[in-house]
Design a protein. Sequence first.
Length: 504
Amino acid sequence: MVNNIFSQNKSGVLGNVLYLTNVTYVDSKREVLAEFSNKFDKKVERYKFFPFILLPKSIDGEKLKELLLSFSFKFFSLQEKENYFSLQSTSFVELKKIVSVLSKCFGKLPLVLEPERQFLIEKNWSYFDSFLYFENSLIKVDSFSKDVSFSVLPEIPFVEAMKINQEEATFFVNQAVLSNILKIPINLVPKNKQDQEEIFLENIFFKNAEFVSWEKENFVKTKNFTPFGYFDNFSSIDFSPVWVELFSKKFFNIGPETKNCSCCKPFTLEDKNLLPSSLIEVKFIESDFFFESSSPNFAQEFHFNHKDKLEREQKKKEFFLKHYPVGPFSSGQVEKVPLLDAKKLLEEGVVELGSNHLVDWFCLNKESFFSKELSSFSEKLKGFEEFSKNNQQSLFVSSFEFFFAEFFIKNFSELVAEIPFQLMNKGSKFHSVSLAKTIISIQESTLFKFKEFSEKEGYRVLHTNNRGAYVKGFSSLTLAKKFSSSLALPIPKIRSFAKNSKLT
Ligand SMILES: [Zn+2]
């Protein structure tokens, strides 16, 4: 990109780099003032700016204009871009009024962000991004060396600050990193991880013209329970970074706009775009038949909603099961069961395939916006990872730049890995029942397959929950690798090895 034009010195630092340190929107002038600075210099640039929201291409632009005119809005413009419409207004207050009308018409809420964040998203800039003057205008450059201590800790050199109070000094680096990732001023970075996650998702949804759903029905979700007591010699396998990777087009292509599309409805149980949340109708052959479902959530829902509770409770006790068995079924009885269960039961020859299914699927044509974002995330991480690797000399490891790179990698990976959990979190405005069900079903079926695979390989799985699995013995790295390659999944992380400790 642009940075090849400029010569870089040995540590990859560009000369005369200016960092974006402040952004202010001035409503009366319809402009944004952006401050670029470094240790020695400070420049302010003005940019014409109209607050905007992005709307999906699926809406009818002409009808939208008519609608807004009928509500006496005058100061707006609607521009058709490549992937969406951009609705601009001459003032932020007016834009908020427009959005309030639109949300009533759509039954979904378009996100309105502060004008400063809109500006940054539109430009693909953020706080502490690096810039250089090129032919009299500032151009963003990919530099991963970020010594912004002059702005974050102006009173004292970073080396000194580290000597006095390392924890406090590195706290400021971390805040600068979060400000950069979330595109909000450093003093507005929330302390709470969930609030940070919410902002992270706001940016993704806003950029992709995706509205926030209002659908907030309740659905039962089994509690994550951990067995009591101490266990010797176990290792824990962390699946949480895996879930978000399964959002990509390579796997389940998850997204509100790619689920149950009109172009790719599956025809057979073998179709690869069927989601594990699909319920398949089967007809039972034997009488007094029970089975263990691959989905603890399905088992729990079934138990609550069907008679013969006592029988299931007894069976659970008798066979030391972790979840209620599903049943009893009589010969000829018809029931809808999760895809994975149906496949297993059909294979075992204990059921026949029915015809009335409730299928979920993902699109094979269009890539979901989550999937697209994921590929750009890994690009972003790569830069800091290389920078950090190339700068492991002892002198450098206590510098601001080094901590910035390290904290960037940590915060960014955590925010990305937490996306599926936030979509399942009822407290989040991005919670959607439909997506949450998909994510849970993918987690459950993956963990179920993991358990089956491990047992075949001679391992004992002590416990699984939506974060991971606890396996007896210390050789789970081999197991995790073997499992992921057998299903072509990303490799989960081995979190810890423990002797005589509690499962957490
Ligand atoms: Zn499709």
